[in-house]
Design a protein around this ligand. Structure first.
Ligand SMILES: *Cc1c(COP(=O)(O)O)cnc(C)c1O
Length: 457
């Protein structure tokens, strides 16, 4: 959730945008006003920053529209929707090779996304660990969880909200995922689980869950602990089963006790659905309210495979186009999540943030970010290849990146001497302060005009 902090041009508009209007207006006019404002949002399909689905078949749109008014937590009233959720859980558990007999059903739950699924999984691991420690008469007030420094931000939130220490394995130059050996070294008796990522958010790379499983099995045998593994397969969970069915990362590995996956990423449905699955007989509860549809309703395993292969091919088109310019290092892997992460070979005159800024003018949203510790000196640009990013668009993006490079080459270096990044940050901070000062003064004037003296914040 983003906090709203808009700045308006006058006291009058601060008033009219932040308060419920006194008078009603015709619904057609209200529609027009809101629709016009929304036009200023970027085009979601050109947002190459996001893994979240931005296009679905019209039949899916129809199904979503038809069920958007159902409050689906009300399971008694909407038993069929509940039944559909349960079928999805089972399809996904089978996809992840849960060892289920013919008459067994899988344990799992639909959530609003992987973030919620991860909160539930983390809590279950914490509870399990606490129960075990209590039974052994040991202290259970200092739980920790081991992850790579490349974890998605929701793990940091989990750690903070639920008071679990986050022990992060640092990255290193050229190695941007969790090193399983270092992770296992960090495990102690208070570790509730090790969280591995199938498809690092930063560069799409799959972590080596099998090696982690093997090393942890050995450590568990030596110490008598039974530290389990959770796999955050938010983006890779719908890639690996179709493109790399032989890769062992899921319930085939005995220590993998829980997996989350985002339906709204490569599950090919719009924002609002994630899943958490367990191999069997583990329980969890859910609070879900989302206009959802199953993993894409008309899509069979073959259909998924075709779509994922297509994404992978388009990622290659983009990667090769970028390599041809001779200006970039590619930091993503060919066999991970279909995305291309790349950095400039020489960023002394112009950097990746400037490329990102310039691409905006062509309509593309391509994020630039620095890597987490200890690889923070590396900046990358990242393009996520989704189902609706066609080969034509990939070729077009390469052309536009070439144009941006030419434009930047013709410009003087951003700062002739000195630390360009520090100066840019200082300027951005100054702009942010200026904006805040402006908002405060607008509010003050608006409030004084009403002669109110309290209740202002
Ligand atoms: C996207 C992502 C998440 C969060 O998933 P949401 O479905 O957006 O809540 C967690 N972990 C990884 C690795 C991700 O890529």
């Amino acid at each position: 959730m983003v906090l709203s902090h808009g700045v308006s041009g006058s006291d009058e508009s601060v008033h009219s945008t932040f308060r419920m209007p006194e008078q009603s207006i015709p619904k057609e006019a209200a529609y027009q006003i809101i629709n016009d404002e929304l036009m200023l949002d970027g085009n979601p399909r050109l947002n190459l920053a996001s893994f979240v689905t931005t296009w679905m078949e019209p039949e899916c749109d129809k199904l979503i529209q038809a069920s958007v008014n159902k409050n689906y937590v009300d399971m008694d009233e909407y038993p069929v929707t509940t039944e559909l959720q349960n079928r999805c859980v089972n399809m996904i558990a089978h996809l992840f090779n849960a060892p289920l007999g013919d008459s067994e059903t899988a344990v799992g739950v639909g959530t609003v996304g992987s973030s919620e699924a991860i909160m539930l999984a983390g809590l279950a691991f914490k509870r399990r660990w606490q129960n075990k420690m209590k039974a052994a008469g040991k202290p259970c007030d200092k739980p920790n969880i081991v992850t790579g420094a490349n974890v998605q931000v929701c793990w940091e939130k989990f750690a903070r909200y639920f008071e679990v220490e986050l022990k992060e394995v640092k990255l290193s130059d050229g190695y941007y995922v969790m090193d399983p050996a270092k992770a296992v070294d960090m495990v102690d008796e208070n570790t509730i689980c090790v969280a591995a990522i199938l498809g690092s958010t930063l560069n799409g790379e799959f972590e080596d869950v099998k090696l982690l499983n093997d090393l942890l099995t050995k450590k568990n045998a030596e110490t008598g602990w039974d530290t389990p593994i959770h796999v955050d397969a938010a983006s890779g969970g719908f890639i690996a089963p179709f493109l790399y069915p032989e890769l062992e990362w899921d319930f085939r590995l005995p220590l993998v006790k829980s997996i989350n996956v985002s339906g709204h990423k490569y599950g090919l449905v719009y924002a609002g659905i994630g899943w958490r699955t367990c191999p069997r007989s583990s329980s969890s509860t859910s609070t879900t309210s989302a206009p959802t549809s199953p993993p894409s309703p008309s899509t069979s395993p073959r259909g998924y495979k075709n779509i994922m292969e297509n994404c992978q091919e388009n990622a290659m088109v983009l990667k090769q186009g970028l390599e041809k310019t001779g200006r970039f290092n590619i930091v993503s892997k060919d066999n991970g999540v279909p995305l291309v992460a790349f950095s400039l070979k020489d960023n002394s005159r112009h950097n990746e943030f400037e490329i990102s800024d310039f691409l905006r003018r062509f309509g593309w949203i391509v994020p630039a970010y620095t890597m987490p510790p200890d690889a923070q000196h590396v900046t990358v640009l990242r393009v996520v290849i989704r189902e609706d990013f066609s080969r034509t668009l990939a070729e077009r993006l390469v052309l536009d990146i070439e144009k941006v490079l030419h434009e930047l080459d013709a410009l003087p270096a951003r700062v002739a001497n000195g630390d360009a990044v520090a100066l840019a940050t200082a300027a951005a901070n100054e702009r942010e302060m200026e904006k805040q000062r402006e908002v405060i003064s607008l509010w003050k004037r608006a409030v004084l005009a009403k002669k109110k003296t309290n209740g202002v914040c």
